[in-house]
Write a protein that binds this ligand. Sequence first.
Ligand SMILES: NC(=O)c1ccc[n+]([C@@H]2O[C@H](COP(=O)([O-])OP(=O)(O)OC[C@H]3O[C@@H](n4cnc5c(N)ncnc54)[C@H](O)[C@@H]3O)[C@@H](O)[C@H]2O)c1
Ligand SMILES: NC(=O)c1ccc[n+]([C@@H]2O[C@H](COP(=O)([O-])OP(=O)(O)OC[C@H]3O[C@@H](n4cnc5c(N)ncnc54)[C@H](O)[C@@H]3O)[C@@H](O)[C@H]2O)c1
Lengths: 202, 202
Amino acid sequence: MLPICTLERLCKIFQVLERYELDHIQAVSSRDLEKCIHATSVTIRKDISAIGRVGVTKRGYDVIELKKHIGEHLKLFRKRRACLVGLGRIGGALLEYQTLQDDGFEIIAGFDNNVNKVERMRTDIRVYPVHELLDIVKSHRIELGIIAVPGEAAQKVADQLNKAGIKGILNFSPVGIALPDRVIVENIDFTTALRILAAKMG
Amino acid sequence: MLPICTLERLCKIFQVLERYELDHIQAVSSRDLEKCIHATSVTIRKDISAIGRVGVTKRGYDVIELKKHIGEHLKLFRKRRACLVGLGRIGGALLEYQTLQDDGFEIIAGFDNNVNKVERMRTDIRVYPVHELLDIVKSHRIELGIIAVPGEAAQKVADQLNKAGIKGILNFSPVGIALPDRVIVENIDFTTALRILAAKMG
Ligand SMILES: NC(=O)c1ccc[n+]([C@@H]2O[C@H](COP(=O)([O-])OP(=O)(O)OC[C@H]3O[C@@H](n4cnc5c(N)ncnc54)[C@H](O)[C@@H]3O)[C@@H](O)[C@H]2O)c1
Ligand SMILES: NC(=O)c1ccc[n+]([C@@H]2O[C@H](COP(=O)([O-])OP(=O)(O)OC[C@H]3O[C@@H](n4cnc5c(N)ncnc54)[C@H](O)[C@@H]3O)[C@@H](O)[C@H]2O)c1
């Protein structure tokens, strides 16, 4: 198991390589990556060699080869089956965010406890009242849950997802959720991004 | 000017200290911080001493003193005046996210190019049609802009914010925006968070 900071940097490098590939750039050096992901080129080269050998020439790494190398090792090319709980503003924005679909995250089901909302929604994905969560998550082998409900509902929803066998959760609510260690939880907080922005502005 | 990765880690440490303070925990060691922000305790201690001397005992750093030390040095206690462009789902969620207000980010104005939306919105902050952006940003000395419009409108909005003298931008759109180096741009992408989650799930 790789150290977490290595994992996170490799994911960011993967994101940068995707962009380079779209712009038809063929080679990238660890110095180029330094600027994009805010780590030294020494660290970046260590991270990359931590997952095995990959060719590097005077011009740097081959973009497509390095992307394949990282993607295969971190299993980033696997299609992940996800569900979304909370179909309000954040949930609605995620449902429509096409990039998610292209990036290998398939939202299989959406849940909300507001039955009117569930009935009235125009969406390509199936949406259900939240009391059906356990059944749907199990029968559809959903592995990842996105929590976009108000803070006071977050822990309850997390417990239901855990009971249904979910192995990872992306939490948008402002509340920290407590779950067994084997469930990975990533919290998203725009305030941290704003603070980093403010600190860089000086 | 601190290295960017040091700045980012210090912001994350600040976030962790806020939580510790709310939970009435008095001391925190660099080892405790290691787990929360995914960097070695050596790196963390280096980051903290990069901004000056702060007391440390056998039990670690004093939470309140360390938070004050980081906050003052990075000017995180300054109230930042922000505006929000795009009052759809992401914009609406941000307007109602109370934590932002408590954390020193005051959204002074909202803008949208849909005049109906602007007229019908029930919100505590003043909202305007986007053609008034230049005037309002200048007259209200707004320093930071949040872009929550569709990808195709993002660059145009960024140019208007730049023209109005904005020094920092938080960009939610999936499009990279091009601006002079003196404007700091932070991009938020949920796909990266999902990828990190997937990589940790294995
Ligand atoms: N992380 C951040 O930086 C950030 C920014 C903005 C909002 N938020 C948070 O994201 C969450 C969603 O925000 P929003 O603006 O979309 O809110 P919203 O009110 O628009 O949507 C919440 C949805 O959750 C549903 N819901 C409530 N309880 C539920 C339950 N027990 N089970 C299933 N569905 C339930 C509601 O019916 C509603 O549709 C909130 O917790 C908010 O504080 C976080
Ligand atoms: N970063 C991520 O991970 C992520 C996730 C979801 C959505 N998004 C992106 O965030 C953005 C907003 O998403 P949303 O779901 O809130 O969209 P939305 O359609 O609900 O809202 C967009 C708003 O922008 C307004 N607008 C359009 N052009 C404008 C202009 N030139 N000036 C001012 N306002 C204008 C529209 O009237 C609308 O109110 C989109 O670019 C979307 O792709 C990003």
